[in-house]
Design a protein around this ligand. Structure first.
Ligand SMILES: Cc1cc2nc3c(=O)[nH]c(=O)nc-3n(C[C@H](O)[C@H](O)[C@H](O)COP(=O)(O)O)c2cc1C
Length: 341
């Protein structure tokens, strides 16, 4: 209520990236203020024992997580815990710090309850982010999402070494690690969704080793079923702990936003309500492929209790939100949890 009548009109006056920056700043202030944390808990808190889940050796107080991309630099986990999230995923982080693509690079599509972004993996770099997270005392699982540094000159074996650098650093503080192979916003496109490249990457990371944290792979929403089958077969061979479906889309079909506005915005990954259906389809295919044996974290277009339930009915064991928060505010987390109970 408070969000829609006060905060949202204020935030929507700003461009999408400035509004996000403001929200992260407020959340990082909350992370250092017990007063703000207690206030957030008072307004947004909702706990129930039936929400508790156990997957890959971790306990999730509830199944609603913060998706990667909101907090790329690990500045807000304590605030997110106070807002009632059951887990948070930081990142994507990359081996080298990166400014990302030139601005503007994030756009709202209000008619579609969606966003388009081409941030381009901007982050402070693995070392700085892991250092920040290493002193954190969090009561919910902490995921760290890793990607390759956004630089097309890093490819082949160097690309694997680039991932490995972040992976080993993340391994020291994360409860689980997500390998992002599906960012649509880099110069070279989505190279690691190529089966041979994925095989080489998972081999290079040696994710099967005993000392590795549970490692998940995040897929694009634009993957077709035969490709997904091949990719899952490779992941299963390497014994990944689970899957995240899905990342954003390069597709622009059936949007309510005008063609003219889409042209003006240009390239980027579409997220939010517009990808809910196709994202649910990927979750369904994944569920068919791995059954109940591997947890699927469902993400893409959750902006209401109904869309959260649809994701779970599609086969998701845990869910994440990002774009829904922009349109609905942090109260969405509590609403979903209440509906689940
Ligand atoms: C501005 C923005 C930045 C994102 N950055 C990342 C990222 O760095 N790594 C990643 O794996 N996903 C990233 N995502 C994708 C989200 O984690 C999520 O998979 C996608 O947005 C679909 O969920 P949603 O419809 O709830 O937003 C980003 C999404 C947005 C909107």
């Amino acid at each position: 209520m408070l969000y829609k009548s006060l905060a949202k009109p204020f935030l929507f006056q700003k461009d999408a990236e400035s509004a996000h920056k403001f929200a992260v700043k407020l959340a990082s202030k909350t992370s250092t203020s017990t007063f703000l944390q207690n206030s957030a808990k008072l307004v947004y808190g909702f706990e129930h024992p039936s929400l508790k889940k156990e997957f890959f050796g971790l306990t999730f107080p509830n199944p609603v997580g913060l998706a990667a991309g909101f907090d790329k630099n690990g500045e807000t986990p304590i605030a997110m815990q106070a807002l009632g999230f059951g887990f948070v995923e930081i990142g994507s982080i990359t081996a080298k710090a990166s400014e990302g693509n030139s601005k503007p690079r994030a756009f709202r599509l209000p008619k579609d309850h969606s966003l388009i972004n081409r941030m381009g993996l901007n982050n402070h770099g693995a070392e700085a982010v892991i250092k920040r997270l290493s002193s954190l005392k969090l009561n919910i699982p902490l995921g760290i999402n890793i990607a390759k540094t956004n630089n097309p000159d890093i490819h082949g074996e160097a690309a694997i070494q680039d991932y490995l650098y972040s992976y080993e650093l993340a391994n020291s503080v994360a409860d689980y690690i997500t390998i992002n192979i599906s960012c649509p916003n880099t110069g070279e496109g989505k190279t690691f969704e190529d089966p041979d490249a994925l095989e080489a990457l998972l081999n290079g990371l040696e994710i099967h080793k005993n000392n590795r944290k549970p490692t998940l792979v995040k897929f694009s929403v634009d993957t077709n079923k035969p490709t997904l089958e091949v990719l899952v077969e490779i992941c299963e061979k390497h014994n990944v702990a689970g899957y995240i479906a899905t990342n954003t889309s390069s597709n622009r079909e059936r949007l309510l936003t005008s063609e003219e506005k889409l042209q003006e915005i240009g390239n980027g990954g579409l997220s939010g309500r517009a990808i809910a259906k196709s994202s649910n389809q990927i979750v369904k295919w994944l569920f068919e492929m791995v059954k109940n044996e591997k947890p699927i974290i469902g993400v893409g277009g959750i902006d209401s209790p109904e869309s959260a339930l649809e994701k779970i009915e599609s086969g998701a064991s845990l869910i994440q939100v990002y774009t829904g928060l922009v349109y609905e505010g942090p109260g969405l987390v509590k609403e979903i949890k209440k509906a689940l109970v």
